[in-house]
Design a protein around this ligand. Structure first.
Ligand SMILES: Nc1ncnc2c1ncn2[C@@H]1O[C@H](COP(=O)(O)OP(=O)(O)OP(=O)(O)O)[C@@H](O)[C@H]1O
Ligand SMILES: [Mg+2]
Length: 252
């Protein structure tokens, strides 16, 4: 197995009103190819910041990030944009959808931009994904004409369209009821079973329990890790109990 994400003494400091806030403090961690890793921790502990840093969405203050063997912290913008387009998929809290495009056009856009597959194939893929996530009827709507939950599922479809190596998901079920959450969890698991590496943030014990490993972040430091191993089909409630007990020990 090879390492697909690795950080070395990663630090991120925000300066607001001349006060510096050390949001990530010498974070060292790695994710192996095919792993499904969740980051948990209190609000403000740096989870989103960590996802932004390791996916090259934001610069870092010190230390380095390696993605698929390449150091991205010193990469040129153009190279990074290309790497993100071809190898990463994103489901983030702010969803960055294009306002002028319909839902389906937003989903297929990165597919067209990548220029590696025929357009008809990408469109068919998009329709299949939307059908599985229960938003096919919303395909031609504008992004302002659908609910937050539908938009979030559209984001997951868009993240999957180029069959990325890694999916970064920041609270992918944050706006969803339990049925829609279940659909998103199923799609993430399915993508992971097909070999996609996943790095996710969630506040939900249930959602976290489908992952292989959980990292607990407090004040930008890794406080603990729980190894769950690969999810089997009938095991969710047992795993959820394990996660809840462990989180209790972590002071959640
Ligand atoms: N762009 C920014 N400028 C200044 N400070 C920021 C910025 N983004 C985040 N922060 C600060 O960094 C800290 C960590 O924020 P982050 O969004 O990573 O937390 P989080 O763990 O994702 O929290 P939540 O669970 O609420 O989403 C917070 O104190 C936040 O106020
Ligand atoms: Mg966050």
């Amino acid at each position: 197995m090879s390492t697909v994400i690795e950080t070395k003494d990663l630090c991120k400091t925000y300066i607001v009103n001349k006060q510096s806030n050390n949001v990530l403090q010498n974070v060292n961690f790695s994710v192996e190819e095919g792993e499904f890793v969740t980051v948990m921790g209190p609000s403000g502990s740096g989870k989103s910041t960590l996802l932004y840093a390791v996916s090259g969405m934001d610069n870092v203050t010190a230390g380095s990030v390696f993605f698929d063997g390449e150091e991205i912290t010193s990469m040129k913008d153009k190279q990074l944009i290309n790497l993100r387009l071809l190898k990463m998929g994103f489901v983030f809290q702010q969803m960055y959808m294009m306002k002028k495009l319909s839902i389906i056009d937003n989903i297929i856009l990165p597919g067209f931009q990548a220029k590696i597959r025929p357009r008809e194939e990408i469109r068919k893929d998009a329709e299949d994904l939307m059908r599985k996530l229960g938003i096919i009827d919303e395909a031609d709507r504008e992004i302002t004409e659908v609910s937050g939950g539908q938009l979030q599922r559209a984001c997951l479809c868009r993240a999957l369209i180029n069959h990325p190596k890694v999916i970064f998901a920041d609270e992918p079920t944050g706006a969803l009821n339990s049925k829609a959450s279940g659909e998103v969890m199923d799609r993430l698991l399915e993508a992971n079973r097909m070999g996609t590496t996943i790095l996710m943030v969630t506040h939900s014990e249930r959602v976290a329990s489908i992952s292989d490993r959980i990292i607990y972040l407090v004040d930008g430091n890794i406080q603990g890790e729980l190894h769950l191993g690969k999810m089997k089909d009938d095991d969710l409630s047992g795993r959820e109990r394990k996660v809840r007990n462990w989180l209790g020990e972590m002071g959640w």
